[in-house]
Ligand binder design. Structure first.
Ligand code: SF4
Length: 222
């Protein structure tokens, strides 16, 4: 086991940290903030410490937030969580929360991809997640596993279409071409099944401190 840690995990952790620190430097130049933690648990602890008591907190749909345990912690915190994932919630209530999220104090989400030069790339099916990231909540905190860092904008879009979307379609029960084959077939993918509807690139932020990307040195989400 010790040998495996030395020849497999140690190089991966080394590269994860290097990649994250390069991206963080690029984010800062674009008016965004970034921090790196070697584990998801430490990243989650940091995020929890950033949320004021009684804050209204919105959620962008994210496997990373639930997989890391952050969602469970948020549910126990003394905050007003707009929890669209609460079991038994009605479609009307979920829609009201999507609208209320635009006025939340804090938004918690992840990112589909972050480019090496510091751009945040996302694609939504409804648009509430990317809307909140772009305009609305005063503070946006994104939990991002190192698996989401990519070399270029082209790679980011390919990641969304061929890595993130296929399992998300399966998870959400959408019968899309990528759910069948594992690869995007844009031409033959139509609403209402299609989940790729609003492709956004956040290139910069003019409000200092509004967007923070919290990198975890392990894989999170799709
Ligand atoms: S456009 Fe359709 S087929 Fe392509 S990744 Fe998105 S949901 Fe899948």
């Amino acid at each position: 086991m010790e040998e495996l840690a030395e020849i497999y995990w140690k190089p991966l952790h080394h590269i994860a940290e290097r990649k994250s620190h390069q991206v963080i430097a690029r984010l800062e130049r674009r008016g965004m903030h970034g921090v790196f933690f070697d584990t998801a648990a430490r990243a989650v602890d940091h995020i929890v410490g950033q949320i004021p008591v009684n804050a209204v907190v919105a959620l962008g749909g994210s496997m990373s937030v639930s997989q890391s345990g952050l969602l469970d912690i948020l549910r126990r915190m003394p905050i007003q969580l707009l929890d669209r994932y609460r079991p038994g919630i009605s479609a009307e209530e979920a829609q009201e929360m999507r609208m209320a999220a635009m006025h939340a104090d804090v938004m918690i989400a992840s990112c589909n991809a972050v480019t090496a030069d510091g751009r945040l790339v996302n694609e939504d099916g409804v648009g509430n997640r990317v809307s909140g990231m772009i305009f609305g909540p005063a503070q946006v905190i994104l939990l991002v596993g190192v698996n989401k860092i990519v070399a270029s904008l082209e790679e980011a879009i390919s990641r969304i279409k061929n890595v993130a979307a296929p399992p998300n379609c399966v998870r959400l029960g959408h019968r899309t071409p990528c759910a069948e084959t594992g690869f995007c077939d844009d031409e033959h993918c139509l609403p209402p099944e299609r989940i790729c509807c609003q492709l956004t690139v956040i290139e910069a932020n003019r409000f200092p401190g509004r967007i923070t990307v919290v990198f975890a040195g392990e894989a999170l989400g799709f």
